[in-house]
Design a protein around this ligand. Structure first.
Ligand SMILES: Nc1nc2c(ncn2[C@@H]2O[C@H](COP(=O)(O)OP(=O)(O)OP(=O)(O)O)[C@@H](O)[C@H]2O)c(=O)[nH]1
Ligand SMILES: [Zn+2]
Length: 263
């Protein structure tokens, strides 16, 4: 909490390896999209009445377990501008019980390699065209590319703010307005460099019958996660948004610190 309240405090803050129980507590808070700051109070005897309890092992296993429970709950055609032959497929039962969406654009042949994009939600960029990132351009360009090139599957993942949630992303933006870069701002708030996982996205593709993929991304972590989920990666290609004065540092930071394949 001190670190979040005073960004400068991190410079000489003592750092120690956290015991695994503490890590589980932080993981629980991250899953709940609140600041990962926990007050640890040992309980001597019995658990006081009225206190919710969760086992550390269950918290640690939560993400992996939930992937196996994903299922399609609804699907319907939704014509999109530039991609009129589109269908929204909603999945439920995964991580955090959040609904996830696959948009099937055109009529991709699922027996052949299918063009796919895993797009992490970005309210500011996707909906309002924020100039701070490249998300809105990437989303629309991916949909258009699929519509014009034999179709594809666009996974719109409920991972706002690289999985930290909207409130924490805007908190991070307030730190960025004081000069911190995108990853340092998250670190000050107590988040990992990038806490997203993509295994469940692989499960979504498999539930749609997709086995071979051409992936539109600059993020190598997405490629390895999809391969680890059992999909055959046939090719990948870059998907870029327009550069401007507001996002140029963000794009360079992703390239230099997170290995994104951006020139
Ligand atoms: N925490 C945090 N999240 C951000 C920030 N800017 C954008 N995001 C989120 O980052 C996610 C997109 O991640 P990016 O790093 O832009 O791209 P990517 O998904 O890793 O890779 P691509 O497939 O190449 O687009 C979205 O969920 C955005 O809401 C930021 O400064 N802080
Ligand atoms: Zn964005």
């Amino acid at each position: 909490m001190t670190l979040a309240a005073d960004a400068q405090a991190r410079l000489d803050a003592p750092v120690a390896v956290a015991p695994s129980l503490y890590e589980s507590a932080l993981q629980l808070l991250r899953l709940a999209h609140v600041l990962p700051a926990a007050l640890i109070v040992p309980i001597e005897d019995q658990t006081p009445p009225g206190l919710l309890t969760a086992r550390a092992a269950n918290v640690n296993a939560f993400r992996g377990e939930r992937n196996g429970r994903l299922r399609i709950v609804n699907r319907a055609p939704v014509p999109l501008e530039g991609a009129p032959d589109s269908e929204f497929v909603v999945f439920r039962g995964g991580e955090g019980l959040r609904d996830q969406v696959a948009i099937v654009i055109g009529q991709p042949n699922i027996r052949e390699p299918v063009t796919v994009r895993l797009h992490s939600a970005c309210l500011t960029g996707d909906l309002f065209g924020s100039l701070k990132c490249d998300c809105g351009d990437q989303l629309r360009r991916a949909a258009r590319h699929m519509a014009e090139n034999g179709g594809g599957v666009l996974l719109y993942l409920d991972q706002e703010g690289r999985g930290n949630g909207l409130a924490n992303k805007i908190h991070a933006y307030s730190l960025q307005s004081r000069g911190f870069d995108t990853f340092d701002a998250d670190e000050i708030l107590g988040f990992e460099e990038d806490g997203r996982t993509f295994g469940f996205a692989g499960e979504m593709l498999k539930l749609l019958g997709v086995t071979q993929i051409r992936v539109m991304t600059n993020n190598p972590t997405k490629l390895s996660a999809l391969e680890a989920a059992g999909l055959v990666l046939v090719s990948d290609h870059r998907i870029v948004g327009r550069k401007n004065n507001h996002n140029i540092r963000y794009l360079a930071t992703k390239r230099d610190r997170a290995g994104h394949l951006l020139d």
